[in-house]
Design a protein around this ligand. Structure first.
Ligand code: AMP
Ligand code: MG
Length: 485
């Protein structure tokens, strides 16, 4: 097996995109220790998990001693944060190590988060606490198992330092994650802000080659790139909505060009279905509430379209017209992905005209706020003839729920098909908190390992795992996430 120092990285980002990064190294790490290594992902990447656990592997995973083939850089990007434009964000505490080409020919970034201050750190300490890095690991791997495009988590290493946050000192950690790339809407905003059309064009060409190669042959490749990103984001957001996933910080720097979910800081899963659900302590206006996510995605894509304008047409008005037309397609793409997904979740055949039934369901769920995950999972039992478990999630009695259930049953739903698409195990907030608490406070990784194991098979109901399917108890305090990660 290849030693850590011999791992072959490629560096197309660095080669193609001068001006969009600063070469940088990881900060010294006093006492690196492996907390988690994702063996299955390592193998998919063509890496030996044992090598990642070796001392050289720790050098790689902390960015302190990387193979000769790697060129570690901090990437530059801008972004709208809660609607306000920040012209220079960039990797303040992260490094791109390089790109790995997997045995199946896929190109994946290896990226470290928590690897020390960079020139983009502004006031930040460049560090990351263990809890939030484990949180990203658990939730991103759960999303992957749920079939959602996402960055993935390769390893978490503690640094032997303490990091100070509002909650007090916590062990410092570095998360190693992989992604189709780390190109964001904010990367394009940054490139556009340089005023150098060549930089923007190189970035767009790089994105096309890497993610949407079919655009290259189009009459207007950059317009086609915009269209493809609108498409992949529309389907991604529909998947979030189906699962009750609340990203929590949909700033334009946290929206990828690849269509993968990225940056699991203040994210959460719905317990009670509620379009207004917000978990982030700093989202006072509810900008990133569950039900607002499709609208925000379109807003972010409008910022992407603006950044692309100089490439779309020499005539500014014509460029705006072209971009607007593509952007307006978002609603239809999203609604069709949303409805297709709900039709599948309800076990109905592909051609079934479910529109009115879905509208009634949306109203019912918003009014009565049953547990999102259990509602869809228990429906399959109703499809098989026992509506008791799903009725128990509604007001007692609820004519609205009974009426809806009757009309849906009359459509002949397929219960077995439903169990393949409606998860029973999602990273419920209280379970994630409990597992992270044990890891951070007591150094006990066992609850995290169990949780990862359960969440790795989200559709397969297993005896003995009942508590992983249950919502937090009625006395649980409201769940809040913090951005100070
Ligand atoms: P995020 O909220 O993780 O998407 O980060 C938003 C921006 O803040 C990015 O530019 C990060 O690199 C930067 N950032 C977040 N935390 C820190 C930190 N502790 N030190 C330096 N930069 C940070
Ligand atoms: Mg971010």
């Amino acid at each position: 097996m290849t030693a850590a120092t011999e791992i072959a990285f490629e560096n197309t980002f660095v080669r193609d995109l001068e001006g969009l990064y600063v070469p940088w190294q990881g900060a010294r790490v006093p006492e690196p220790r492996t907390v988690l290594v994702n063996d299955a992902l390592a193998r998919e990447l063509g890496l030996d998990p044992a090598v990642l656990r070796s001392p050289e592997g720790l050098g790689l995973l902390t960015g302190t001693a990387v193979p000769e083939s790697a060129t570690t850089v901090a990437q530059a990007y801008a972004g709208h944060q809660f609607g306000g434009y920040a012209p220079r964000l960039g990797d303040g505490r992260a490094l791109l190590v390089g790109e790995l080409v997997t045995p199946t020919g896929e190109r994946r970034d290896l990226h470290l988060k928590g690897s020390g201050r960079t020139p983009f750190a502004r006031g930040g300490d460049g560090k990351a606490p263990l809890g939030p890095m484990l949180r990203e690991y658990v939730v991103s791997e759960a999303m992957h198992a749920l079939g959602v495009p996402t960055t993935r988590s390769l390893a978490v290493v503690t640094t032997g330092e303490h990091v100070l946050r509002d909650r007090g000192p916590e062990p410092g950690a570095v998360l190693a994650r992989t992604a189709a790339s780390h190109l964001r809407v904010g990367t394009f905003q940054f490139a556009a802000s340089t005023g150098d059309a060549d930089v923007l064009r190189r970035l767009a060409d790089h994105a096309i080659a890497r993610h949407h190669p079919s655009c290259a042959g189009a009459a207007n490749p950059y317009l086609e790139l915009f269209r493809r990103v609108v498409e992949v984001q529309a389907t991604l957001i529909a998947q979030w909505m189906h699962l009750g996933f609340v990203h929590g910080v949909m700033n334009t720097d946290n929206m990828t060009i690849s269509g993968e979910t990225i940056d699991y800081g203040p994210c959460a899963f719905l317990d009670a279905h509620d379009p207004a659900a917000v978990y982030s302590s700093i989202d006072h206006g509810g900008r990133y509430a569950y039900g607002n996510q499709p609208g925000i995605a379109q807003w972010n894509l409008a910022r992407f379209g603006e950044a692309l304008l100089p490439l779309l047409d020499d005539d500014r008005d014509e460029a705006v017209r072209l971009a607007t037309e593509v952007l307006e397609g978002f609603a239809e793409l999203y609604l069709s992905a949303r409805d297709d997904g709900y039709r599948t979740k309800l076990g109905l055949p592909a051609g079934f005209a479910a529109g009115p039934m879905l509208e009634d369901l949306a109203r019912l769920l918003a009014e009565q706020k049953p547990d999102h995950t259990l509602f869809f999972r228990r429906l399959s039992t109703a499809a098989r003839g026992d509506a008791g478990p799903v009725r128990a999630l509604f007001d007692d009695p609820s004519t609205a729920a009974d009426d809806w259930l009757a009309s849906w049953r009359a459509a002949g739903p397929d219960g077995a098909a439903m169990d393949r698409v409606n998860p029973i195990y999602v990273p419920r907030n209280h379970l994630v908190e409990e597992a992270l608490g044990a890891a951070v406070a007591d150094g006990d990784l066992e609850p995290v390992q169990w949780l990862l194991q359960v969440l790795g098979h989200p559709y397969e109901e297993r005896p003995g795992y009942e508590r992983y399917a249950e919502p937090a108890g009625p006395d649980a305090p409201p769940f809040v996430t913090f951005c100070g990660t």
